[in-house]
Design a protein around this ligand. Structure first.
Ligand code: SF4
Length: 370
């Protein structure tokens, strides 16, 4: 686990039980209790030459104003998967060149919101208001779900809690491999452990500080052996000379480690970014090859590969993945209806349509005994 160098805690949370527990794991680090954490963040933004890198060394523990569980914001004109994001932590000790958080957050520090009880009551409110729908919740949108969980231990509370929910599933999404603490939890078949995958050359060149492909797949295999559902995300798919051979090898390696029928879902999403992210990433990672391909601006303002290339990449991936399991549930992340049609010959048509496909898939896995 990659730990920060120091910890700042809001003085109002100093005696909070979650903070107390985290302190036991990080007692060797300098701890500062402060009433002005905004000032700490501003200092990182103002005085550090690379605030993103500096922020990854600092853990801030602070209260959160507003809802801690939110809808995934999606993107205009594209089909979103209707996910619920749990804001337990923002930012991440790993350092991917393409990480959207480099421009997304006005706070570059690792930031933990320790009021887990509030999170759980917000989840209950959502589930109780719609008992006939099935919701997917996850912690891996504004950070990596596992990179610091060995210390934070959110999963210790969340996994058994979701085990008791009939209309929800919890996803832990990661590029890390520290799963020891998950293996003995009572998950009740209501947690998916999922890994982002890329070829070794992309991992080494772009996903700094993340686990290797082999480590991720071994961790996935251990979680599958412990009875968890597992998922995989090929996102971002990166185009470069030889990408097809490399990705095909990743698919082969994936199913050497995992029985295809254990994968609840696989997502595909070609590289996309804002102009500002491209600029920040090129400054921070001058040797990165990630933005060397041709990217064009879509209607949501994001830069993407040209549609024919995206469709070709998705079609190849689908055929390689489905050669192992024709029924494998594969979805596209943030793509338009016409792209779905060209890749699959069908489309969910809307976020609501994709949501109902997910509900059906979750029912198969939670009620069908997979
Ligand atoms: S693991 Fe995810 S959150 Fe962390 S740096 Fe990489 S892309 Fe960003």
């Amino acid at each position: 686990m990659i730990l920060p160098n120091e910890v700042y805690v809001d003085s109002a949370l100093e005696t909070h039980p979650v903070v107390h527990r985290i302190r036991q794991g990080l007692d060797h680090l300098p701890w500062h209790s402060r009433g002005d954490l905004d000032r700490v963040i501003q200092d990182v933004l103002s005085y550090q030459s690379d605030p993103c890198a500096a922020g990854k060394q600092i853990l801030c523990i602070r209260p959160y104003q507003g809802k801690l569980v939110k809808d995934c914001p999606g993107t205009i004109g594209h089909i979103c998967c209707g996910y619920k994001i749990i804001n337990v932590m923002t930012n991440c000790p790993l350092d991917c060149s393409y990480c959207i958080l480099q421009t997304y957050l006005n706070n570059p520090c690792l930031t933990l919101y320790p009021e887990f009880t509030r999170i759980f009551s917000e989840i209950d409110e959502i589930l109780d208001a719609h008992p006939h729908r099935i919701f997917r919740f996850g912690t891996g949108e504004l950070g990596d779900s596992l990179a610091l969980d060995g210390i934070v231990r959110f999963a210790d509370e969340a996994v058994p809690l979701f085990a008791r929910k009939l209309n929800a599933i919890f996803e832990i999404k990661t590029k890390a491999c520290s799963v020891d603490h998950l293996l003995t939890l009572n998950h009740g078949g209501r947690t998916v452990c999922s890994w982002s995958l890329n070829p070794p050359t992309v991992i080494e060149g772009e996903e700094h500080r993340a686990a290797s492909l082999e480590e991720r797949l071994r961790a996935a295999s251990r979680c599958a052996d412990a009875g968890y559902h597992v998922g995989f995300h090929f996102d971002p798919l990166i185009a470069y000379p030889g990408w097809d051979d490399d990705y095909r090898r990743v698919v082969d390696l994936l199913f050497e480690h995992i029985e295809p029928c254990r994968a609840i879902w696989v997502s595909l999403g070609a590289l996309r970014c804002s102009t500002s992210l491209k600029q920040v990433a090129q400054e921070r990672f001058p040797t990165s090859r990630i933005f060397s391909g041709e990217l064009i601006r879509g209607e949501d303002g994001k830069l993407r590969y040209l549609k024919p290339l995206r469709v070709a990449m998705y079609r190849h991936m689908v055929s390689w993945l489905r050669s192992y399991d024709a029924e494998l549930f594969i979805y596209l992340c943030m793509e338009r209806d016409d792209v779905w049609q060209e890749v699959f010959g069908t489309s969910p048509g809307s976020t609501a349509g994709l949501n109902s496909w997910f509900e059906e898939r979750v029912r198969q896995f939670t009620e069908g005994g997979q």
